[in-house]
Design a binder for this molecule. Structure first.
Ligand code: UD1
Ligand code: CA
Length: 455
């Protein structure tokens, strides 16, 4: 068991934003929430977030029963930040320190560091960077032992130290009793006049505490976000990683660089996804599902062999096996479509169930409706579900045929096998098996003359 402290109080000046840096998002999720979720994978005894810049926004947004929040005000450096967590730290457990602006570190890399440090050593996650500019350099002793002696911040480093490529990722773990002791003796006598957490390294060496290091599997795991450019770069990295997981699982992506997953996407076998699609929340695609270009799909279950054509928007809906949706269809929350349903272009469905083999192929609004099987909804059909105050349901039973341009003024029921003539404004129930029409009888006036312009 360990304590975990996440540093998230800095202001992130280079983001040029009123939002605290750690609340900016990657894949739709705050940077610090990525760190918190990875940290939870270590089942810590304490998970403490240090916040400061941006006031109460961070604790308000993140509040959860397993999180503690400690305010750092003013923000005097990373060592000063950890100091604020002291009351929450269990002395008998080591403390792991993470940065809220380094979102992509993998659980396995943290586990390797925790393992290497055990309960009595100080462990640092380090990485060799081709361009170490801006990072704290890892200073090791000469000779074969190569023991870590100190970390020197870029701004305090000598020319010789600047040539070192091994850097501090900002992630470290150490025994808590010693951490507290070292924090109490930090000074801000450095280029930035800050209390550096990194100064505890030299203190650990002086106290004879053994030091170890671990390395992440990939360099990108340790990249931090300090600007919108870096935020955009990490977003692409994250999305490309997810795309490759899908490819490895056998999903066909027409272009792995043009898919965005902001949540989780579960795919069956032989799923194919065209370019420009965005998946949000929890989405499941059954075997053989095809998704056309530029669809936005959120919190949806799409059953086997359904075909979602280009430019569809699907939110909080279920789509049955073999259904054909779009192009240009919109399924709003509560759309539940059974197998082999067809929803065509410019059809909007909301809070409605549609039975197997039913079709609405063109230009319709289906809201608050219960539709049976093998129903045909003609072009331009509208359920008038709202009287300006209350919503009402429309029921259309099996095998009904709704003529084009009909309005169904809810609450209203169309019986089994009923037919509505085109242009019907239905305000009373339509009996089963009969034709119902509401339009006036068509007349033609022989001898009628078009008006002529008065001179
Ligand atoms: C820090 C490390 C550096 C390391 C780098 C890795 C120190 C002194 N330096 O530098 O060795 O290579 O991270 O990315 O630790 N924060 C607070 N309160 C503060 C200051 C910062 O909570 O008073 C938080 C920030 O919000 C951020 C994290 O600590 O999440 C790191 O702070 P930052 O100022 O970005 O440190 P770096 O200069 O990047
Ligand atoms: Ca940083």
């Amino acid at each position: 068991m360990i304590n975990i402290v996440i540093l998230a109080a800095g202001m992130g000046k280079r983001m040029r934003s009123d939002l605290p840096k750690v609340l900016h998002r990657i894949a739709g999720k705050a940077l610090v929430s990525h760190v918190i979720d990875t940290a939870r994978g270590l089942s810590p005894a304490t998970l403490c977030v240090i916040y400061g810049h941006g006031g109460e926004q961070v604790p308000t947004l993140l509040a959860a029963p397993d999180l503690q929040f400690a305010r750092q005000e003013p923000q005097l450096g990373t060592g000063h930040a950890v100091l604020q967590a002291q009351p929450f730290l269990n002395d008998d457990l080591p403390t792991l320190i993470l940065a809220g602006d380094v979102p992509l570190t993998k659980l396995s890399s943290l586990q390797a560091l925790v393992q290497a440090a055990g309960t009595d050593k100080l462990g640092i996650l380090t990485v060799n960077l081709a361009d170490p500019t801006g990072y704290g350099r890892i200073i090791r002793s000469e000779g074969t032992s190569g023991q870590i002696r100190a970390i020197v911040e870029h701004k305090d480093a000598s020319a010789g130290q600047l040539a070192i490529h091994e850097v501090n990722t900002g992630i470290m773990i150490m025994p808590t009793v010693q951490l507290k002791k070292w924090l109490a003796t930090l000074s801000n006598n450095n280029a930035q006049n800050e209390y550096y957490l990194t100064d505890v390294i030299a203190k650990a060496v002086a106290d004879g505490v053994p030091l170890v290091s671990a390395q992440p599997d990939a360099e990108w795991e340790t990249l931090g976000v300090n600007s919108k450019t870096q935020l955009a770069q990490l977003e692409r990295l994250y999305q490309l990683n997810q795309a490759h997981i899908l490819l490895d699982n056998g999903v066909t992506l027409l272009d792995p660089a043009r898919i965005d997953i902001r949540g989780s996407l579960q795919c069956g076998r032989d799923v194919s996804i065209d370019v420009g699609c965005v998946f949000e929340g929890q989405v499941t695609l059954g075997d053989g599902v095809q998704i056309g270009a530029h669809c936005v799909i959120k919190d949806a279950q799409i059953a086997a062999n359904a075909n979602i054509k280009a430019f569809c928007h699907i939110d909080d809906s279920t789509v049955g096996e073999g259904a054909q949706i779009g192009p240009y269809a919109r399924l709003r929350p509560g759309a539940e479509l059974a197998r082999d349903v067809h929803i065509g272009n410019f059809v909007e469905v909301k809070k409605s169930t549609i039975g197997a083999n039913s079709k609405a192929n063109h230009l319709a609004y289906i809201g608050d409706a219960t539709i049976g099987e093998r129903v045909n909804i003609g072009a331009g059909t509208i359920t008038c579900n709202y009287d300006g105050v209350n919503k009402f349901r429309t029921i259309i039973e099996d095998d009904a045929f709704i003529g084009s341009d009909s309005q169904l003024i809810a609450p209203v029921t169309v019986g089994k096998g009923a037919t509505l003539g085109a242009g019907t404004s239905l305000s009373k129930d339509a009996p089963a098996g009969q034709l119902t029409v509401s339009r006036a009888r068509q007349v033609s006036l022989p001898g009628w003359q078009r008006p002529v312009k008065k001179t």
